[in-house]
Design a protein around this ligand. Structure first.
Ligand code: IVH
Length: 673
């Protein structure tokens, strides 16, 4: 800075510097695409600070130097919002969304475009700009009056202190949030210092913004997404999509994952896609927000006292809940893996009551430091069994008990081993272990395997305890008299069960192969092996080379198959099954070219209401058709169930024939004849 710089010159330079700094700030924090080095940026900041020190009259609240300038306050002032900050009504499934869409269509019957946005799980804020300058920022409060957290909001690097255009007045709404990584780091630091921990990133963001000292807020890396124009003077918009583009142009951080949908079906696929993808984000979302795009339509629809009629929040199924660990038990699975499971005080979670959650393995218990008696956060994240996310350590009383992983199988007392490189601990008891035996039989009888109706876990347990069978093959030698005396088993159900067992003898070979529970051989691999080798005898003789020649069969599966058939007791079971008359050769039906669906390729998506996917697949295959797992040009039909996935969109874009369930059944019936 030249020593003899005049006020006029300084004023000009200060303005240039601010513009330059704002630009690089935006490039760095919002777009993640810096154009200058940190040193160059620091030099610009230093020059500006020095000029402002020399000419304090030039300091303005929007200067980048003022992000952390203010003194702690005693309490927050109240700010009334120019328009109420409404909340949103919720949709918990596609049925709710459909109802909402139909209600809208009853009011306004024009083609309806929707904008789908991520529902950021943070703290709702209103930001006011006058002549393009950030003047106040407030929390939502009760929707009418919020707290003045201007100084704290100013510390958020992505919040523009000055906009591209100097519109007389602009009030926008957005969500301040804490990224997951920053949340974890903050909690780690707090734990080291013996401070209480935040339960989730939302609480951490709210706690950080409601600090009376802005310096504390500045030390917590917060993010911001702006998603609504509350009031604007000097311009107007025809659509919400246009408003979002305007916000972006003005320098606001707008979430990139917004989508303009031309139909409610497109909204459904967006919801399905994000239900799975949400975990990829580095911040929490708890759903999606669906908004009517046309502003005029929004006006016609209006709002209730609580929420607009033109928007709805689609809440994700997976949720978290807080409960207590009553005990930790070990469950032994079919392959002998010991899985620690937390027994919980029952708690409502995503529409069901849960009383168990998986702890996955020994390492996870140690990493998460879960003790019996701990208060924990549990979550359902796509999987059927919920999992323990974390422990609320500040609620510990000192009476919690550490869990020690057993060195013996709790079911059979055999030694347990942990193979190098594996997280799983396994029981070495094999089929001597009652748990492995029980689980193997449950698997054998399950729907995708031998599909023996009426042979569930409770009956299997009784048959085993009574010593009526030792392995799966013995099922085919059971007599009616054996079953009649079992608990809750009458003559009729005994007959039904015997019939179901007998019927399963005619199953395709691939189902038997899957039911045998060979490690790594899932139903798809079983199908491939059955198709390739056609009979059990040929498969038993297959060596590594022959197996690995097959597309999709890798070394792990091949090795496992070879090992399985080396075991004397496995061969004995197979022999017993053969003598009982269980089918051991692949039905060559698929090669029968006279079948009506030969050469036709199908893909299934969504939930079917009258049959399972396996049943649908069997139906298609019984008529010579083939079921593929993904949509491409070579696919002939997409069978559409409820809550379809992105396969639906792709099929539509490729012009593939879509069959709704009813049409599919008709096609099946017609061809069967
Ligand atoms: S629109 C009048 N869009 O969700 C429309 N809200 O449960 C008002 N939220 O209080 C909200 N992301 O804090 C909207 N993309 C988004 C959002 C969003 C998160 C929050 C907002 C609101 C809450 C409703």
């Amino acid at each position: 800075m030249p020593k003899d710089i005049t006020l006029e010159e300084a004023k000009k330079r200060v303005e240039e510097l601010r513009k330059e700094i704002e630009k690089h700030n935006y490039l760095y924090f919002v777009l993640n695409a810096p154009e200058i080095s940190d040193q160059e940026f620091d030099a610009l900041m230093r020059e500006l600070t020095e000029l402002e020190e020399k000419f304090p009259q030039l300091i303005t609240p929007y200067s980048p130097t003022q992000r952390v300038g203010e003194q702690p306050s005693k309490e927050f002032a109240q700010i009334s919002h120019p328009v109420p900050l409404l909340s949103l009504s919720n949709a918990f499934d596609f049925g709710d969304l459909k109802e909402w869409h139909e209600r809208i269509k009853r009011h306004v019957d024009t083609p309806m475009d929707y904008v789908v946005e991520l529902k950021i799980d943070g703290l709702s804020v209103a930001l006011t700009y006058e002549n393009g300058i950030f003047v106040t920022g407030a929390t939502r409060g009760d929707g009418y009056t919020g707290e003045d957290i201007t100084a704290n909001l100013r510390t958020i690097k992505t919040l523009p202190l000055r906009l591209k255009d100097s519109l007389p007045k602009l009030v926008v709404r957005g969500e301040a949030y804490m990224p997951k990584a920053a949340f974890n780091r903050l909690n780690e630091e707090r734990q080291k210092k013996g401070l209480s921990l935040f339960a989730n990133p939302r609480n951490a963001a709210a706690g950080s913004l409601r600090q009376l000292d802005p310096k504390i807020t500045a030390s917590r890396p917060l993010g911001l997404f702006v998603y609504e124009v509350l009031t604007v003077e000097g311009t107007e918009f025809e659509s919400h999509w246009q408003a979002l583009s305007f916000l972006q142009e003005q320098g606001f951080p707008v979430n990139p994952y917004k989508k303009l949908c031309r139909s409610v079906e497109e909204v459904y696929s967006e919801c399905t896609a994000w239900e799975e993808r949400r975990w990829e984000l580095d911040y929490d979302i708890d759903g999606l927000v669906v908004k009517v795009n046309n502003i005029n339509t929004q006006r016609i629809l209006g709002h209730t006292s609580k929420s607009p009629r033109w928007a709805i929040a689609y809440k994700f199924q997976s949720e978290q809940a807080v409960t207590r660990v009553k005990d930790i038990i070990i469950r032994v699975g079919r392959t002998g893996v010991l899985t620690p499971t937390a027994i919980l005080e029952p708690v409502r979670l995503a529409g069901t009551t849960v009383s168990k959650a998986t702890l996955h393995n020994e390492d996870i218990i140690r990493e998460k430091d879960v003790k019996i008696g701990d208060k924990v956060i549990v979550q359902k994240a796509g999987e059927i069994i919920p999992e323990v996310v974390s422990v609320i350590k500040e609620e510990r009383k000192g009476t919690e008990k550490t869990f020690f992983f057993p060195s013996q199988c709790p079911e059979c007392g055999s030694r347990v081993v942990r193979l190098p490189g594996e997280a799983a601990v396994r029981c070495t008891g094999g089929l001597v272990c009652p748990a492995q035996r029980r689980e193997s039989l449950i698997h054998f009888a399950s729907r995708d395997a031998m599909n023996i109706e009426g042979l569930g876990p409770k009956i299997i347990e009784q048959i085993l305890v009574k010593g009526l069978i030792e392995d799966a093959a013995d099922l085919y030698y059971l007599r009616r008299e054996d079953l009649i005396n079992l608990e809750r088993m009458g003559e009729k159900s005994a007959d039904n069960l015997i019939n179901a067992i007998q019927k399963s003898k005619n199953n395709p070979f691939s189902k038997l192969l899957f039911g045998l529970g060979i490690r790594y051989v899932g139903s798809r691999a079983a199908k491939i092996l059955a198709e390739r080798f056609k009979t059990m005898d040929r498969l038993i003789e297959a060596d590594m080379d022959e197996l690995m020649e097959i597309n999709e069969i890798g070394e792990k599966i091949a090795q496992s198959v070879v090992e399985f058939f080396k075991e004397e007791h496995n061969l004995k079971v197979i022999d017993k099954l053969k003598r009982a008359g269980v089918n051991m050769s692949e039905d060559t039906a698929q090669e029968d070219l006279s079948l009506p669906l030969v050469g036709k390729k199908f893909v299934l998506t969504g939930k079917l209401s009258t049959m399972t996917r396996t049943e649908a697949k069997e139906k298609i295959e019984s008529l010579g058709g083939e079921v593929l797992s993904s949509v491409s040009r070579k696919v002939d039909y997409l069978v559409l169930g409820k809550d379809p996935g992105s396969k639906y969109d792709k099929a539509v874009s490729l012009g593939i024939t879509i069959l709704e369930e009813e049409q599919f059944l008709k096609l099946f019936e017609k061809n069967k004849k």
